[in-house]
Design a protein around this ligand. Structure first.
Ligand SMILES: Cc1cc2nc3c(=O)[nH]c(=O)nc-3n(C[C@H](O)[C@H](O)[C@H](O)COP(=O)(O)OP(=O)(O)OC[C@H]3O[C@@H](n4cnc5c(N)ncnc54)[C@H](O)[C@@H]3O)c2cc1C
Length: 423
């Protein structure tokens, strides 16, 4: 697939414009952002003026001009959203982060009819990473979008179907097959499935959070926003994702402050990132500090943060706060009940289910769940979404490959018809 370029025209503090920039950047598209400052500029592009509700406008290099497109409109214009080609599949993978893409590469290359559904852009959390430096084989590091783009191309070359902007909203059994339901009404019938839906960013729990979301407050490392950041930027979090974001923003912003709740950054950050942060003149680290309020009108203009040690509050002007404080697993889309999770929602698989009563009507053949298999027969889990997984690109990739190997074993068992209860 040839990667197209795109130009987006709009007002800087538009949440819609951010979502388009973010989606395209994470998809590996080179995006040019053009801020509209006058009615005349907007009129030249076919809008009635700066207050036209049809802003932002996205112009794709193949010529399409889209007025205030949704992400789905954009994916359709890029020919990335298609209906599934087949009536049924050997394996359906939900989530196209490193685990899902790796599963797609192995499944398709080993002859399984494979489909991947991804609710946003391919790459998952990894695609929001400016540089992954600890992935084997890339001594100089590799940007998240580059790794994801290559993985997507590799999976497609082996024949995997990948549908972006397609969200899995349910999974159950029908006549011995698994049936995945998609937002918008589509469904996918499959003999086995892999849940690789990762985690979603945790929120701060502050008043006004929703109001400023994508209007100055962003979850994740904001790969599309760094180049547009000039003033003082705040990153909340003390883990590797926050550290990487701070270094990335420091290349563009005047000043970057890392707000860390813990006492010592070395407890949560890899040494190589810590050393670079300490050597950066533009990054300051505030440990034992928490963000307490968000201020502004239509968009964020300032914040207050507090020292946990002294209670002293500091106000600061900023138009950009990036929250990288980990996340919670995305498992609520699967029918609750038959899917066993730990108390935090991570999927239990294999030996984790030892000693538990299997859901009624399942496991009629008397076997126990295989490695990576969940409490729903034929549904495997891989990557960050799995209970006790190591949250790394390499482990997610490894788990995707392992899940496929288990899918082969499951499919060979399933050659005799099983009578799972319909859900
Ligand atoms: C900023 C940042 C920097 C990082 N840096 C590093 C690093 O340098 N090295 C390292 O090893 N690790 C790093 N990590 C961790 C690493 O990215 C993750 O461990 C890895 O991406 C997990 O892969 P995954 O496929 O399990 O899940 P994810 O990457 O979370 O992918 C899950 C995918 O599933 C999709 N999805 C969710 N729900 C649905 C649904 N219902 N329907 C369809 N699709 C759905 C999501 O949109 C997402 O694309 C970083 C993480 C972050 C956030």
């Amino acid at each position: 697939m040839v990667t197209p370029n795109a130009k987006i025209y709009g007002k800087y503090n538009s949440a819609e414009a951010y979502q388009l920039r973010d989606f395209l950047t994470r998809s590996g598209v080179v995006v040019e952002w053009s801020e509209l400052n006058s009615d005349e500029e907007a009129k030249r592009l076919g809008a009635s003026g700066l207050s036209d509700a049809r802003l932002p406008i996205c112009v794709l290099s193949q010529g399409s001009v889209l007025f205030r497109p949704t992400i789905r409109d954009l994916a359709a214009a890029l020919d990335w959203f298609r209906e599934p080609k087949h009536q049924d599949y050997d394996v359906a993978i939900c989530g196209a982060g490193p685990a899902g893409l790796s599963a797609a590469v192995y499944a398709a290359s080993e002859g399984l009819r494979t489909i991947v559904v991804e609710r946003s852009a391919v790459g998952g959390q990894a695609a929001s990473t400016s540089r992954i430096e600890n992935y084997l084989g890339f001594p100089d590091g590799i940007s998240g979008w580059e790794l994801s783009t290559k993985a997507r191309q590799q999976a497609q070359r082996f024949g995997a179907e990948i549908i972006v902007t397609a969200e899995g909203i349910g999974l159950g059994f029908d006549n011995g097959s698994l049936v995945g339901h998609l937002a918008g009404g589509g469904k996918i019938v499959t003999r086995a499935a892999i849940c690789a839906t990762g985690v979603e960013y945790a929120k701060l729990g502050l008043p006004n959070e929703e109001r400023f979301l994508n209007h100055g407050l962003f979850y994740g490392a904001g790969p599309s926003e760094a180049v547009l950041s000039e003033g003082h930027v705040f990153i909340v979090g003390g883990g590797n994702s926050a550290g990487q974001a701070a270094l990335h923003f420091a290349a563009y912003a005047e000043r970057v402050t890392l707000l860390v709740r813990g006492q010592h950054l070395e407890d949560t950050l890899s040494t190589y990132l810590l050393e670079r942060i300490e050597h950066s003149e533009r990054i300051e680290v505030r440990t034992q500090s928490v963000l307490t309020s968000l201020e502004g009108g239509d968009s964020l203009t300032g914040i207050t943060y507090k020292s946990c040690l002294t209670g002293e509050e500091t106000c600061a002007k900023t138009q950009g706060v990036f929250v990288c404080i980990g996340g919670r697993p995305r498992t609520d889309w699967i029918t609750p009940g038959p899917l066993y999770t730990d108390s935090a929602g991570y999927i239990l698989t294999g030996d984790d289910l030892e000693g538990m009563e299997p859901p009624i009507g399942f496991w009629l053949d008397g076997r126990r769940p295989m490695l990576r298999e969940s409490s729903m027969p034929g549904l495997f889990a891989a990557g960050d979404v799995r209970h006790n997984s190591i949250k790394r690109v390499a482990t997610a990739v490894g788990e995707g490959a392992t899940a496929v190997s288990m899918v082969h074993q499951y499919l060979s068992l399933k050659r005799r018809p099983l009578d799972y209860q319909n859900l």
